[in-house]
Design a protein around this ligand. Structure first.
Ligand code: NI
Length: 136
């Protein structure tokens, strides 16, 4: 049996502000810099969803990537795209919307939708040069 990884890349735009409400303004400014701008700022996020598993002998697929695309669209992009993550997306009401946290949230959203036989990994690019992966 052949284990293969398949990938789907998606894109969303979103605004956020990084801050820790337990800290004063000066500390937030020192730690988060421009990302602490009280009026928020935007990113063009690139999302890569990686699935690893056996090829289904009937279809020749690990998973139909059109179906994966629909799952991401419905469960992630509709919730995140063109949103203010802090204000509009319930997951981040009490969670600092760093790339790390966004990746973990997306992982848990998608994990519920994807066959347990498939391993799932999320890679999220906040900029071309800054990206995170979960699970590590
Ligand atoms: Ni930022």
């Amino acid at each position: 049996m052949s284990r293969v990884s398949v990938f789907r890349r998606e894109h969303f735009n979103a605004a956020h502000r990084l801050f820790n409400p337990a800290w004063d303004e000066q500390t937030n400014d020192q730690v988060f810099g421009k990302c602490n701008n009280p009026n928020y700022h935007g990113h063009n996020y690139e999302l890569e969803v990686k699935l690893t598993g056996e090829i289904d002998p009937a279809t020749g697929y690990v998973m139909d990537l059109k179906k994966l695309s629909d799952i991401i669209e419905e469960n992630v992009l509709e919730k995140f795209d063109h949103k203010n993550l802090n204000l509009d997306v319930s997951y981040f009401v009490n969670l600092n919307p760093t790339a790390e946290h966004i990746a973990v949230v997306i992982y848990h959203i998608l994990r519920k939708e994807i066959d347990v036989k498939l391993d799932l990994k999320i890679r999220l690019y906040e900029t071309e040069r800054n990206f995170v992966e979960y699970p590590a």
